[in-house]
Design a protein around this ligand. Structure first.
Ligand SMILES: [Zn+2]
Length: 376
């Protein structure tokens, strides 16, 4: 394993890009959507089913895994890939975002974040160095810098101080990561919705030098308009020859808008979480399978979709198993949602390569605007 992770840009159309991230565990076609495997599983899915939807890479959560079953135990059992039976690339987050949103009794200092586990109240400390150690124990292919993300809205002063702290942590992360051939370290840009701060953050990250760059601190409640406002300038502040990753995004139209603005990678729990609450994302918008209108409907969720939920089951069945709280409900809807997300990604990759991304976007938006099929 001496090979470096490489990014090859194949084509651009406007600001949108398509290419390939080559890793020792396989290629990641970009733009890429990464399903979230929080606790070493994409909930309700077998790994081979996740692969069948077209996913090239999964995301794992450092915060959850360090608490249970612990990174040390996963390392003893051969690393996260073997543990969860996913041999493709894995990206792990740094734990920074989740420790601030999930942990109890947090205390933020220059050193890092001390906190108590939300599971059993046990005491822990996450620092840039500890985050790098955990992600190494997990065997992650793409490691994220430890950063701090302020909840918006926040004052400019608070956003600036938080960004500066994250940049100091980025340098410590790089030093702790060291030289690990075959593994990549991504820096994370912060700076809220302020262009000047985003620019400062980008310059500091480039000075340190990373294998890829994430745009952090978005999708935290600022709304799509404000997010797109940042994405109108932020991706261009980052190196053109490295992958750009927008963290925690999003709904299908967020993803399309982000790719149109130059983003290469995204992740979100939305398709899998929605699948467990009876929500389906389709080409014609959202469908709530709980709704009584589906009870006698023999038609598939989406007649053009080739996923197992749409090929083999009716809306009436999906409605019934949701109401009856059968496990297959979450399995089928999650499969459909992940399949649909990957279909959007492959559609965008092909359209960008063929220089017809504008036309593809028009089709995407007009089909969504039609809304769900009429009730029978
Ligand atoms: Zn489907």
């Amino acid at each position: 394993m001496t090979k470096r992770i490489e990014f090859q840009l194949a084509a651009t159309d406007g600001a949108a890009r398509t290419g390939t991230i080559r890793t020792t565990r396989g290629d990641i076609r970009t733009p890429a959507f990464m399903p979230v495997g929080t606790a070493a599983t994409v909930k309700a899915m077998m790994p081979e089913s996740v692969a069948a939807t077209g996913a090239d890479i999964l995301l794992g959560n450092t915060y959850h895994l360090m608490l249970r079953p612990t990174a040390e135990r996963i390392a003893r059992l051969g690393g996260l890939h073997d543990f969860m039976n996913w041999q493709g690339p894995i990206l792990t987050d740094s734990g920074g975002f989740q420790v601030m949103s999930l942990a109890d009794l947090r205390k933020l200092t220059e050193e890092g974040v001390a906190f108590r586990s939300h599971i059993d109240g046990s005491k822990h400390m996450l620092t840039p160095e500890r985050s790098m150690e955990i992600q190494k124990l997990l065997g992650s292919d793409i490691v994220m810098c430890f950063d701090e993300c302020p909840a918006l809205p926040a004052t400019d002063k608070a956003v600036a101080e938080s960004m500066e702290l994250s940049m100091r942590w980025a340098r410590r992360s790089k030093e702790a990561f060291g030289d690990r051939p075959g593994h990549a370290l991504f820096g994370i840009m912060q700076g809220g919705v302020t262009q000047e701060l985003r620019g400062i953050s980008a310059e500091k990250l480039k000075e340190i030098g990373f294998d890829g760059y994430a745009i952090g601190g978005l999708a935290v409640g600022e709304g799509q308009e404000a997010m797109f406002g940042v994405l109108d300038y932020a991706p261009a502040m980052l190196p053109e020859d490295k992958p750009r990753y927008l963290m925690g995004v999003g709904k299908p139209d967020d993803i399309v808008g982000a790719v149109a603005r130059g983003v290469d990678m995204m992740d979100c729990v939305l398709p899998s979480r929605s699948g467990r609450t009876g929500q389906a994302w389709t080409r014609q918008g959202q469908v709530n399978i709980k709704n009584a209108r589906h009870a006698d409907d023999p038609r598939p969720l989406d007649e053009h979709c080739t996923c197992p939920a749409c090929r083999n089951y009716s809306r009436a069945y999906l409605h019934h198993v949701f109401r009856a709280q059968e496990m297959i409900s979450g399995m089928l809807l999650t499969w459909h949602n992940l399949h649909y997300y990957q279909e959007i990604m492959s559609g965008m990759r092909q359209a960008i390569a063929a220089q017809r991304f504008d036309a593809w976007q028009q089709g995407f938006h007009s089909t969504r605007a039609m809304g769900d099929i009429e009730p029978l």
